[in-house]
Write a protein that binds this ligand. Structure first.
Ligand SMILES: [Zn+2]
Length: 846
């Protein structure tokens, strides 16, 4: 069966890559011969599944001693906060804070963080859906950050909120975590569907190939077990760390304004919402309501010594600061914000060791971090058209959003750091304020619910009494056009027969496209259907029809865990509805305290977008990606409200499942991702040999690079370790001081490992020099790149670059590479290389 006539290459033309000198050819699609690529090529046993994963708690830990730079970064961050924000980021204290003489209630609280960095090379990156965007290295490791709150009187009443540096939550990932928790035994019996939220920061710069449904697997050539396991195992480790750290403590809640970190990228659609509704949120020119400027922060303070163990924040802005032409893995702007926050509290007396800062995504749907707006990069100097983001040629290819530092022309990297900093700064100020003036969470209940709900044909009543129905998932034409942040859609133009760019998955499944029924067309109203994904079940489901509906409640805080990307106004309606329902149902519990409702997501699954009906009818990207028709939002709200009674302080039951359990495709997904064959050094060279060495001296601010004979980093992900570090020459006894300086959230045995390893590292027989690791590849400014030099000879090269920061300490350093080589027999052997020493001196100017 061929593709329906209605879907032509022209129809689904999309925004191309950012370097677009050569527009992609849009030939009409040749007829597809499905027999050549039979479904029998489905690989049910995945190539990477044979890799044995060492129990995570046995991983060796790389040493990062903050001592050499914590004073400097604190000073730098401090001055930046003072200068840049000028207090503007804050509401006045009297407005912001309800006077409170109460300390708030005590809960059991715990936090944990663990590495989830999957394969950083040779895997398609998840977010822009450009099959040509393949990872080439690592700018920043990715993490899972776990936050647990439990009721001390009823410890089974608890929830765990995960913030993953991933594009979204996911059904297969969530199943993997749940079964891992089960394997952990009785201690973890209190965790289950009802109280586990798996949220993604929506970074578009992580590796892909871990998602449950077919659609996002198309551009990644299918599913990759290694990519998947890295996330599941890291998430589990973060939960274990949080669980093991559980102890009595208090929560404090606040909100502040964040400026310069988001704009509405679909203002035309937003303006379709009722004027009186928009007016309620239009507070000023700077805060006109088109996006939410509010950042909500939950502070975790343990009772034992009054130190804070973490913060969890919500603020909406897309993880698209780093653009689609970047190929380095990072957590995008949320990853930067978390990184800066965690560094800023190193050595701070208010913060405990192992402090975890989670920057969770919120009503992200129509937001963009590219705050200078969308411009035509066609020499016209014009902004893109307001209605449909096209340029003078009537097309969207030339339309690109600009981040605050777009002139750096560095794939959005500088803008990303800036937008991360713009979230970190007000969050840190709010943290300091809450330390002085707590706004405690009160109410001795920790409640949660979760339900699967089938959205394919859900009949319900709208608040005005009219009947409404949702439809099986479908994507509209504007989905393929992408967004001004980049090609947000999957690359369906790649079926043009060019085998070098055609995804093998697409070749298998494109023949399975289905023409929507009259009923389905009618159900979706103003959305012209491009991909009838909800009615295609072969070879397995393309997108979810069954969604996760989940809310957590502790004291006056309620957290809606959204499986899709709610737009600004959609999120508000959902939050307002939940807030009103809680106020009404639980008035006697909460006293006069108004509930604070936040929305976190995309979580648990990925159900694309959730717009208001008015926005839906505009059919920009977000509306075209609102899967279940015009009443999608109303249905989510309807189902959520029906379950709110389960959040009562006395509730002891859980909701019946409203839908069938969604499938777990992690063991039966298509995969065309080849494994690493082997690695070899070139003739007369060895692994780790320096092929391009550092110079003798650098000024601070310069980039320092060394290249080594390397091996494929997919051989070993080095989770909780590093591929690249910067070591500083220290005078004496560095290794023994490492443990006491540790701030990475590691516990006793791991500290010991770090200390031992530090000793080993410094016990070189031929000199008495002591080296201390001061940066690793978790650091934003230390970059690890890998490239295959010769496919046939299996030779490859790694490049380590330290972009020395303004807070770097002058001194004597070296760069060090850790890798793992695969022999022809499949054996994996650790390798390493060390650059020559170099001197870092003060900035050129000073
Ligand atoms: Zn998005």
């Amino acid at each position: 069966m061929g593709m329906p006539d209605m879907v032509t290459a022209e129809d689904i033309e999309k925004v191309g890559p950012l370097t677009r000198q050569q527009p992609r050819p849009h030939k009409s699609r040749p007829s597809y011969d499905g027999s050549r690529n039979s479904n029998r090529t489905i690989l049910t046993t995945l190539l990477m599944s044979t890799i044995l994963f060492i129990p995570v708690f046995l991983f060796l830990i790389t040493t990062v001693a903050p001592e050499s730079w914590k004073g400097n970064i604190s000073a730098w961050l401090g001055s930046e906060i003072g200068e840049d924000n000028g207090g503007k980021g804050f509401e006045s204290e009297s407005e912001s804070w309800r006077a409170s003489s109460v300390q708030g209630d005590e809960y059991l609280i715990g936090v944990g963080k663990a590495d989830i960095t999957g394969p950083c090379v040779e895997i398609n990156m998840m977010g822009y859906a450009d099959p040509k965007q393949i990872g080439t290295g690592l700018r920043q490791r990715l993490y899972s950050r776990a936050f647990i709150v439990a009721d001390p009187a009823h410890p089974a009443d608890r929830f765990v909120y995960l913030v993953l540096d991933t594009q979204s939550g996911d059904t297969a990932i969530r199943y993997g975590i749940l079964s891992g928790l089960q394997e952990l035994g009785a201690d973890y019996a209190d965790y289950g569907h009802h109280n586990l939220a798996v949220t993604g920061t929506h970074s578009h710069s992580g590796p892909g190939a871990w998602l449950n449904y077919l659609l996002p697997q198309i551009t990644s050539k299918g599913f990759d077990q290694q990519s998947y396991r890295a996330i599941v195992d890291g998430a589990l480790l973060s939960i274990r760390r949080a669980h093991e750290s559980l102890g009595p403590g208090r929560l404090s809640l606040g909100s502040t304004k964040v400026y310069g970190a988001n704009i509405n990228r679909s203002l035309f659609a937003y303006l379709a919402n009722p004027e009186e509704e928009r007016a309620r949120y239009n507070l000023s020119t700077e805060d006109d309501g088109s996006v939410e400027k509010d950042l909500t922060l939950l502070k975790f303070q343990r009772a034992s010594d009054g130190k804070n163990i973490g913060v969890l924040t919500w603020f909406p802005t897309h993880g698209t600061s780093v653009l689609g032409n970047n190929t380095l893995i990072s957590g995008d702007n949320k990853g930067v914000a978390a990184y800066l926050f965690e560094k800023s509290v190193l050595g701070d007396e208010t913060a405990a060791e192992g402090f975890v800062a989670g920057f969770s995504q919120a009503s992200v749907g129509d937001t963009s971090p590219n705050v200078l707006g969308a411009w035509c990069e066609d020499g016209s100097g014009q902004m893109c058209s307001f209605e449909n983001s096209t340029c003078s040629d009537g097309k969207s290819q030339q339309c690109h959003a600009r981040g605050p530092l777009f002139r750096a022309n560095d794939e959005g990297t500088s803008s990303c750091f800036e937008v991360g900093k713009r979230q970190f700064e007000p969050a840190r100020k709010l943290y300091d304020l809450l330390n002085r003036k707590p706004n405690p969470v009160r109410g001795r209940w920790v409640k949660s619910f979760h339900a699967f709900h089938d959205m394919s044909n859900y009949k319900f009543q709208l608040p005005n009494g009219t009947e409404a129905v949702t439809c099986p998932a479908a994507l509209g034409y504007s989905f393929a056009a992408g967004t001004t942040d980049g090609p947000g859609a999957f690359d369906f133009t790649q079926h043009d027969g060019n085998t070098s760019t055609t995804s093998p998955v697409w070749r298998v499944v494109s023949g399975m496209l289905k023409r929507p029924s009259e009923e389905q067309i009618a159900c979706h109203g103003r959305k012209p259907i491009l991909l009838d994904v909800g009615e295609m079940h072969s070879p397995y489901q393309w997108t979810p029809n069954v969604v996760d509906v989940q809310v957590f409640r502790v004291g006056q805080l309620a957290i809606i865990v959204s499986p899709g990307e709610a737009t600004t106004m959609a999120g508000r309606r959902w939050k307002n509805a939940v807030g009103s329902e809680i106020s009404m149902l639980f008035a006697e519990e909460s006293g006069s305290v108004t509930p604070t409702v936040v929305l976190g997501g995309p979580a648990n699954s990925y159900t694309h977008y959730i717009t208001t009906e008015d926005e839906y009818n505009i059919q920009r990207y977000e509306g075209a990606s609102t899967l279940y028709g015009p009443h999608t939002l109303a249905a989510y709200i309807n189902v959520t409200l029906s379950l709110i009674p389960y959040l009562s302080s006395t509730a002891s039951t859980r909701p019946p499942n409203g839908g069938p359990e969604p499938p777990d495709n992690s063991n039966r997904s298509l995969s065309f991702i080849p494994a690493v064959v082997h690695d070899a050094p070139p003739l007369f060279r060895g692994f780790g040999d320096v092929v391009q060495d550092v110079e003798k001296m650098y000024h601070r601010g310069e980039a320092i690079t060394a290249k080594f004979i390397g091996a494929n980093p997919r051989n070993h992900l080095r989770l909780e370790q590093s591929y690249a570090v910067v070591e500083k020459l220290v005078s004496t006894a560095a290794a023994t001081s490492v443990a006491s300086q540790n701030t990475d959230g590691l516990r006793g045995s791991e500290l010991l490992v770090k200390a031992l390893r530090g000793k080993q590292d410094t016990s070189g027989a031929n000199d008495q020099k002591q080296w201390q690791t001061v940066r690793d590849d978790g650091d934003w400014h230390l970059i690890f790149r890998w490239r295959r030099v010769n496919e046939l000879l299996a030779t490859s090269e790694v490049e380590i670059t330290w972009e020395t920061e303004s807070w770097a300490t002058p001194g004597r350093y070296r760069l060090r590479y850790f890798g793992d080589a695969k022999s022809l027999t499949g054996a994996i052997t650790p390798i390493e290389g060390i650059s020559s020493e170099f001197e870092l001196i003060e900035d050129r100017s000073g």
